[in-house]
Design a protein around this ligand. Structure first.
Ligand code: FES
Length: 117
């Protein structure tokens, strides 16, 4: 294998951002689930932006990455709460608690996520 091999959990020089997924593996209006440091995180592309949101609904233990994505929001497939991926806040019931969101950056051909605030 060469140095081009894709691997998860490479940190950048600051140690803050972690390589999460190749950018071209994140589909338009789609999500990829990754696990970084034991945390499930949905890497999502919506309206040209890349988001990273905790991949567990705050209402029950289901994966948000399996939900519908629209205009910077992701819908929980189980009961229909929608979450703003910039803030993690639900925009409708039954969920009332936000889910964590993470900072992202694109470097080279990959998405990096800062798992610590
Ligand atoms: S499990 Fe997500 S809204 Fe109920």
């Amino acid at each position: 294998m060469t140095e081009q091999t894709q691997q998860f959990e490479h940190t950048d020089s600051s140690g803050e951002f972690v390589r999460a997924v190749p950018l071209d593996e994140v589909p338009d209006n789609g999500a990829v689930r990754v696990v970084i440091g034991g945390r499930p995180i949905a890497i999502v592309r919506s309206a040209g932006e890349i988001y990273a949101i905790h991949d567990v609904c705050s209402h029950a233990q289901v994966a948000l990455s399996e939900g519908e994505i629209e205009d910077g929001t992701i819908e929980c497939w189980l009961h229909g709460s929608r979450f703003d991926m910039a803030t993690g806040r639900p925009t409708g019931l039954p969920a009332t608690e936000p889910v964590p969101v993470y900072r992202t950056k694109i470097e080279g051909d990959a998405v990096y996520v800062a798992v610590n605030p």
